[in-house]
Structure formats: C-alpha cells, structure tokens
Design a protein. Structure first.
Lengths: 95, 495
C-alpha cells in the first residue's frame, strides 16, 4: 500500500490540518515509512480473535442519570479565543 | 541541614516529622536549585508563590501532628496535568495561554496528601516523543554527560523534564505519564525510578489525553521507596474517569520487604533483540544474577507476539490521538490562527491546527486519521486491536504459569545526543519504546530501576513487569533489585 500526494492531501483535509502543496511529497514519504512498518501486522494470524475493547476486564460503572454539574458558563468560556455575550464566537458557518 | 533538595521523599518526610527541617526550607532549597538550572530547561512554568503558600500550610499541619503522606514535600508536575489557574500546555503551542479552571484528580490527590508544587515540567508535545525534542519549550537536557564530553544528551521522553528535574535534584520527585514508555524510558536515561501502574490505577481526569486506552500517570522518583509513597498518594478510584478502578489502594511502602524467596521471575526470550548492545546484554544478565542471588527462581518464558507490539502501538495510539486531538479547533480554548478575508470555519480549523501542532503531532494525527478512514479501518485499526488481544494473552499465559514478574531491559541503549536522531526516519525513534510498549498494550504495571552504567558513565535501567493490580508485589521486587544493584551514582553538576 503506497500513499501518493493526493492521498496525503486527502488525509490532511480529513484531519483538518492545512498542509502546503510543497510539503506533500515529504509527508507522503513519512506516511509510507510508518505504514510500511505497520504492514508487519498483516502476517499475524488473527482468525477468531476478538478485537480488544477494554484492557482491563472491568465493566464500566454506571451512574444515576441526574444532572450533577453545570452553571459554569464563566469557567467554560474563560479560555475561549473569542467569547461574546455568553457564547463561543466563530466565523460565519451558514450563509 | 544542607542540600535539602538532594533528599528523596522518604528522607525528607522523616526529617520533617522529626522536626529537623521545615517544608519552607525544603521548598526554598528546591526553588534555588531550579533558579540555577535554566540550562536543563526542565521546569517551564515556575510556581514559587503557590509552593511557598503550600509549604507554609504544610508546616502548620506538621506542627499540629496532622501530616498526611506527602506533607510538605516539594515536587514537580508534568505539563500534561491540568493545574488550576497555572499554565498547562502539554508542551504544545496550541494550548498557549490555556489556564485550566479545574485541577486534575492526580494533582489534587497529591495536594490533598500535602505535596508542594514547584512548577510545571517540560515534555514532548502531547507526550508524543522519546527525546523531549518535540516540545514547544525546546529540548529538556539530561544532567548526565558522557564522561568529560559536553555533548548535550536527551533525558528521554516524553516525561523528559520530569526525569531531568529529579535526576538533577531540582525537586524531590515528579509526576510523569506513560503511553508507550514515557515514564520508564526517561527514568532509565537519567538514573531515576519510574513506575507506570496498572491501567485504571490512576485517574486520567484532567490529564491532557493522548491515547486514552494506553495513558497512565505515575511517579518519577529517586528511589523505589519514594515511588511507593508517591504512587499511593496519586492513585485511587475516581468517578470522573469511567476506567478508573474501584479497588482498594494497598499500603505500597509497607509491602517493600524485598523478599524474593519463592518468587518466579520470567525472562522473555523475545526481548533478546538482534544487535542489542553488549552493555545492555550484560546489564540484563547482571540483573538476572541479582534476582537469583536474592532467592528468586529464574524461568525462561516466551511472549511470542512481542515483535508486533510496536506496529500495533503505532496504529492504536495515533488512532486514539486523532480522535482525542480533534478537540483543538480554535473555538473553546487555546490558539486560534489569524484569518484572512473570506476564510470560513474550515479554514479556521485547518490554519489553527497547522500553526498549533508541531510536525510529530501532525504526523501522528494524520496517520491516525488514515487508519480510521473508510476502507482502512478493518485492515489497520481492527487488525491492530486483535493483535493487541494476542499480546495481552501472551502475558496472561505466563502469569498463569505462576510467573510473579518479568525482568527485561528498560531501553535498547543509554541516553543519546540531542539532535542525533533528527535525520533518522520516525520509525527509528519509535524503537526506543521496544521494551516498554508491550506493557501499555496489556495494561500491566511496569517499573524502571537504575542498575548500572555504560562505559561512558551513563545510567542504564532494567524494567520489571508485574501482574495486573499487583504493584505492591512489583515494588517489592524492584526494591530487591535496587538493593542488590546499589546504584548510587549522580551526575556531576555542570549546569
């Protein structure tokens, strides 16, 4: 499996990371190196093996379905790069 | 008392309780040591005001005879832990200026136990690295050098600042986190002790997430006894982390008997790598002899899927990272890129993340995105999760044979020079974690203990791997190894 520049560009887009076109060949080469390393996994016989979902056999705990937190608008907005009138502000999303 | 910063946790605790010193004096000694150690670039955010206020409160408690386990002991906190009102950047530009409005459970547990915070410690960006060279703060530097050669060496990573600070006596101990070896590898590179507990022992709440199924916090200390004291203070059930174990926390320090009689130590044949340096071979065989002399039975074991651990890790960890790091969008906290006329929300995300993430983080996020993308999910991600099941099964089978713990080298080499790996491909750097990463994939506890030095005088460490939830037993075995090895070397002060 070899990654070309257009695949690298597509992955960058999916990851929402801007990559300049001139950086794509080196990025594709990095991906190929890492994926070549990962490729070893194809030689393992995994027939009938369950994919791991939890490394410890414990069952996740459940809690009562009640509101136990909230009313922290100031703390939540404190670190926002742009907060106005109690909201996060972003560039226009809908025309 | 002089050189108070050179004490370990146990020694300082005993001195405090005997009234031989005060937390204020200990804290001031550490703050002075930090001020004089700018060249190590270990501490990246200093909090002397918090430290002195906490020290004063601790001295009051000590006087009143109400001193919890860590009362008055000055420590450093890895930058990955959110500390209320104190910069917590995970070594990344994207969290520049971020001031958490809450305290991580682990740091809160430590403060509840009376610990004093000196500041935040350097690390690889988002804990992705093995040399502390991916940090936005620049490299942390190992206090150890090769003989009289002044080449700057890596303290390892990702908890490089923690390891450098403990080794250089800038603090009594420090917190670290370990996703693939990030506590144990830097501990081995700096002649310090580092334990990654069983997955679920320490709450992950408030620790900036890298790969949630692998991340665990643990202490980095000057001795095994100190590791026992600090681990006990850090762990415990936390309802805010659904994977936190609701199990009683044993008295780890009381369990340090060092009695190895009747214990079975497994030596995995797959860890004997081709091209392993002779010094690592010798370190390992010396360790085996020490365990045997201490009364343990040495058993050759096999962990057949070992060679697939690193490739498995480099699917699972980036996959989880790509998901976890999706939150850095320039909206809720951290860096937002300046926008051009006409830029919409997608350009904001893309520019913010390109400016905010360094090259290694970008690489891993994109690899993770790729292995999770439609058409490759089964071939890469699901296959890796199946191999992970097999890796864990290897360990279960040897523990079922009655093996108490497993002895391996901690790292494939001593500390290397900063910049020496820059031109190597990313995979060469990943090989640093070859002995440690299996432990994260299987969720087991593992500890690095310094047991020797290479011919240039650099420290080398061995790793002990324990059964799940049996940190008490693991620490006791590590204590026996530490006692037999008698490692006392310290770096000569050049900084």
């Amino acid at each position: 499996m070899s990654i070309d520049e257009s695949t690298a560009a597509r992955v960058a887009k999916l990851a929402r990371i801007k990559v300049d076109p001139e950086a794509l060949p080196a990025l594709a080469q990095d991906f190929n190196g890492i994926l070549g390393f990962i490729e070893q996994l194809s030689e393992v016989d995994v027939d009938g093996v369950e994919p791991m979902t939890s490394v410890t056999p414990q069952r996740l705990k459940r809690r009562a379905d009640v509101v136990d937190d909230g009313s922290q608008q100031d703390a939540v907005l404190k670190n926002a790069p742009d907060a106005r009138e109690g909201f996060f502000a972003v560039p226009k999303v809908v025309e | 008392m002089s050189d108070l910063n050179k004490l370990g946790l146990a020694g300082a605790r005993d001195a405090l309780r005997a009234g031989d010193t005060t937390s204020k004096a200990l804290t001031e000694a550490c703050l002075a040591a930090i001020d004089g150690a700018g060249a190590l670039n270990a501490f990246v955010h200093n909090t002397p005001d918090i430290a002195l206020a906490q020290a004063e409160a601790a001295d009051t408690r000590l006087k009143a005879g109400d001193a919890p386990a860590m009362c008055g002991l000055p420590i450093g906190i890895k930058d990955l832990f959110c500390t209320k009102g104190v910069p917590s950047q995970a070594g990344s530009r994207i969290l520049q200026g971020f001031l958490p409005q809450y305290e991580s459970t682990v740091s809160q547990n430590l403060f509840d136990a009376g610990a004093v915070m000196l500041g935040k410690l350097n690390m690889d960006e988002f804990a992705m690295g093995s040399s502390n060279e991916t940090s936005v703060y620049g490299n942390a530097v190992n206090p150890w050098r090769r003989g009289n050669d002044d080449t700057a060496l890596t303290p390892g990573g990702s908890s490089g600042g923690s390891a450098a600070a403990v080794a250089a006596d800038l603090c009594l101990a420090a917190t670290g986190t370990d996703t693939g070896g990030s506590i144990r590898q830097p501990a081995a590179f700096t002649g310090t002790v580092g334990i990654k507990p069983t997955y679920g022992r320490c709450s992950r709440w408030g620790i900036v997430a890298f790969a949630s199924s692998l991340d665990q916090a643990g202490p980095m200390t000057k001795s095994v006894r100190d590791a026992a004291i600090m681990l006990e203070a850090m762990c415990g059930h936390d309802p805010r982390d659904s994977t936190s174990a609701d199990l009683p926390v044993p008295d780890f320090e009381a369990a340090l008997t060092g009695d190895m009689r009747g214990k079975k130590i497994g030596i995995p044949r797959e860890y004997r790598m081709d091209g392993m340096p002779e010094e690592i071979e010798k370190l390992w065989s010396d360790g085996i002899a020490m365990m045997k002399d201490a009364g343990a039975e040495i058993v050759d074991i096999s962990l057949p899927h070992t060679k697939y651990a690193l490739p498995t890790y480099y699917v699972i960890a980036p996959a989880e990272a790509s998901s976890n790091l999706a939150r850095y969008d320039g909206v809720r906290y951290g860096h937002r890129a300046g926008l051009d006329q006409g830029d919409g929300i997608t350009e904001m995300y893309e520019k913010t993340r390109a400016e905010g993430f360094g090259p290694e983080v970008q690489r891993r996020v994109m690899i993770g995105t790729y292995v999770l993308s439609a058409g490759f999910y089964d071939a890469y991600y699901n296959r890796a999760r199946k191999v992970r099941t097999l890796i864990k099964r290897d360990f279960e089978q040897v523990f079922a044979q009655g093996i108490d713990c497993i002895l391996t080298p901690a790292t494939p080499s001593a500390a290397f020079g900063l910049g020496e790996m820059t031109d190597a491909d990313p995979v060469a750097m990943y090989l640093n974690d070859v002995f440690t990463v299996t432990v994260n994939l299987a969720g087991l506890p593992g500890i690095a203990v310094p047991t020797g030095q290479d011919r240039q005088g650099l420290p080398l460490g061995l790793q002990l791997i324990g059964r799940p939830w049996e940190e008490a037993d693991l620490l006791s075995s590590a204590y026996a190894l530490e006692r037999s090895a008698g490692f006392v070397a310290k770096p000569d002060k050049w900084w």
